[in-house]
Design a protein around this ligand. Structure first.
Ligand code: ATP
Ligand code: MG
Length: 366
């Protein structure tokens, strides 16, 4: 799975970009504020319909314009190219297209372009809220289990209804019962999907973690969102009174988390910032490896400002893994030579270089 054409119009300071990325390594350099992260943001928008920097779409639209467009061609397994695109207007309208036809949601794009992001935000995976780690687990589940997304959407709807009933002064048990029944079914289904992905993920992660972090005692466990010794139906009925008091459903797959500990202590509370970054890299690389192992496809890696995040030795380690995986990568940094240095000992790979200057992106000589 590679992006072999990228067209960007009116996104941030990028007025009109049209590049043909390499299926292997793309190094994007330019001074601060030139537009490097915006190029990665464009790829992420194409992949997920949203930015990794902002939940709002208005700041993404170039000043004094009323929409942005990102369009790309994705080379799929059978060797054909699938055009995909996204356009968003300042009025909030969003259009998603695959193969020239409108599709209802960004999730329809996501299946074509599985993207992994490594940036300063990603490094908050360990100390961020459970939601961040849930999204991390669900990336893999979404891409390997087609039943996951419909079940996930249905559960959001179900929780919304249940929570609104909980906020009524008097609860009619007959009204609540069908929602609880559906919630139990969906929750167990989601849990099974997650558990299976986690099991496969865990195996790969264990191998990788050692090499990346040189840490002993790293333990990864999946918390499903309710007591592991009780069934979910029991938990729901036992906590009804409390759920009602606080006005929402406390337990369930929407509270799932990934617990990462070192010798029994939370990684976020004991590791240095640098060690946390390495651990996150191991998590991200492991995820791409498992994805490939299960689906036979490869994800695209977007690595923002690599030299600012990792020292030379660890950059080399990350690059080694990216090279071994043979995935398409887009890496940004201020200095061309620093970016290039990590790839010089890999004669089988000739990176493509792109220079970004005041929002213009041009291919630069190797
Ligand atoms: N909506 C917008 N319209 C026009 N320009 C914008 C908009 N939003 C942000 N910018 C500008 O776009 C530029 C590109 O920002 P970007 O974060 O991509 O730069 P960068 O090359 O990654 O910089 P750094 O090296 O500092 O990370 C910045 O100068 C920013 O001020
Ligand atoms: Mg940047």
């Amino acid at each position: 799975m590679t992006l072999n054409r990228l067209f960007i119009q009116n996104l941030r300071n990028l007025e009109g970009v049209d590049i043909t990325p390499s299926a292997q390594v793309n190094l994007i350099f330019g001074e601060n504020g030139s537009g490097k992260t915006s190029v990665l943001e464009a790829v992420n928008l194409l992949a997920l319909g949203r930015s990794f920097r902002s939940h709002k779409h208005k700041p993404l639209i170039r000043h004094h314009q009323n929409s942005f467009t990102v369009f790309g061609k994705v080379r799929v397994e059978d060797g054909s190219d699938v055009p995909i695109g996204i356009n968003r207007t300042s009025e909030g309208l969003a259009n998603f297209k695959v193969n020239g036809s409108m599709v209802p949601s960004a999730a329809d794009l996501a299946a074509y372009l599985p993207v992994q992001v490594i940036n300063s935000e990603t490094f908050l995976l360990l100390e961020g809220s459970p939601q961040v780690r849930r999204q991390f687990i669900d990336w893999l589940v979404f891409h390997v289990e087609h039943g996951f997304f419909p079940a996930w959407k249905a559960i959001q709807r179900c929780l919304k209804h249940r929570n609104s009933l909980l906020r009524h002064d008097r609860i009619d048990p007959f009204e609540l019962a069908p929602w609880d029944k559906e919630l139990v079914l969906l929750t167990e289904q989601i849990h099974e999907f997650r558990l299976e992905s986690f099991r496969q993920f865990h195996e790969v992660f264990d191998e990788l973690c050692k090499e990346f972090t040189k840490l002993d005692g790293v333990k990864l466990s999946y918390y499903r969102g309710w007591d592991k010794d009780k069934n979910y139906a029991e938990v729901l009925s036992a906590s009804l009174e409390r759920d009602q008091r606080i006005g929402y459903t406390q337990s369930g797959s929407h509270r799932a988390d990934l617990r990462i500990t070192i010798n029994g202590q939370y990684a976020a509370e004991t590791l240095s910032r640098g060690q946390q970054k390495l651990l996150v890299c191991a998590l991200k690389i492991a995820q791409g490896c498992v994805f490939s192992r299960i689906t036979g496809r490869k994800s695209v890696y977007l690595v923002d400002d690599l030299p600012a995040e990792l020292d030379e030795k660890h950059r080399a380690l990350l690059v080694k893994w990216l090279a071994t995986m043979g995935t398409q990568v887009f890496i940004t940094g201020v200095d061309r030579d620093v970016l290039l240095a990590s790839w010089l000992d890999k004669p089988e790979i000739t990176p493509k270089l792109f220079h970004v200057e005041h929002g213009r992106v041009v291919e630069a000589p190797y």
